[in-house]
Design a binder for this molecule. Sequence first.
Ligand SMILES: [Zn+2]
Length: 294
Amino acid sequence: MGIQYGKVTGVDFKEARWIGREIVPSLVILHDTASRIEKGNAARYLQNNDAKVSVQFVIERDGHIEQQVPVNRKASHAGKSEYHGREWCNGFSIGIEMVNPGRMTRASEQSARTWFGQKFSILEYGIEEAETPQHGHGLWMPYTEEQITALVGLLQTLFSSIPSLEDITTHWYVSPGRKVDSNPLFPLEHIRSLILGRTDPAEAELGDAETPAADDFVIISTPGDTLNMRRWPSFNPNVIAQIADETRVPVIASVTVGGREWLKIIFGGIAGWIVKSYAAPVTFSRPGFRGAET
Ligand SMILES: [Zn+2]
C-alpha cells in the first residue's frame, strides 16, 4: 500500500458526501461505529447521511477497509475535541472507524444488548465486562483479529507515507466524558508501540529529560552517507526522514537516552531526533561553509 492523491492504493474508495478543506494531518483518531455489525451497514451510513458526519476510513469485522475521504482532506468524525491544547481535531487528524456495536448492557446471563436494541451471544462473540475511569462500566465486543491486522497494515502505510503524522489516539481521549470509543478491549498501547516505536524507555524518559540544546544549528556530518531522522530518540523502526551529509538544520532540544546523546531538529518542516555524534555545531561565518542549502 502507498498513497496517491490522498488515496491509499489497493483500498476501495467510495467518496463521502461530506468532505471538507485541505488539512495537514498530525494525528490518527480511532473510533467505533457503535452500530450494527453487518458488513457495509456502517460504511453506507458514514458515506452518505444527513447528519453531516464522515470519516477517512472504515474497517469491517472481516478486515475489509473502505476509504471515503482523502487523507489530506477534512472529515467530520471527532466533533468537539482537544489534543494537547489544540482544539477541534478534525482540522488536523485522520479518522478510522472500526465496526463495533459500542457499549452494551446485560440482557440475560448469556446475552448482551446494544444501545439500538440488538442482542449478541456473550459466548459466541467473546463479549467481556470491563470498566475504566474513561469508559465507565459496560459489556464490550472484542475487535476481530482481521480488524486489528487490517488496522496495523493501514497505520504502517499512513505513518510511512505522511511525514506530518505524530501520534495515534482514541475518540475518548480527545473528547473525554462525551465519548467512550475505542472500547476498553482495544489494544491501544500495543498498536502505538508497534507503529510509533515506543517499546523502549525513550518516550517515558522524554517528558522531563528534554532540555534546550546548546547549539542553535548543527551541520549533519556523515561523509558519503545520509543520517536517519527518527520520530523518537531510539533505534526502533521509526525513521521518518534521511538527511544528506552537510545539511544545516535548526536544533530545538536535546536528550540523553541510555547514555547516548540525541538532538531534536527540524527538517523538511517536521521535528525529529538524530544522534548527536553525527552533527557538528555551526560556528559563525565559518570559512568554506557549505551547509546553508537544506
Ligand atoms: Zn467516535
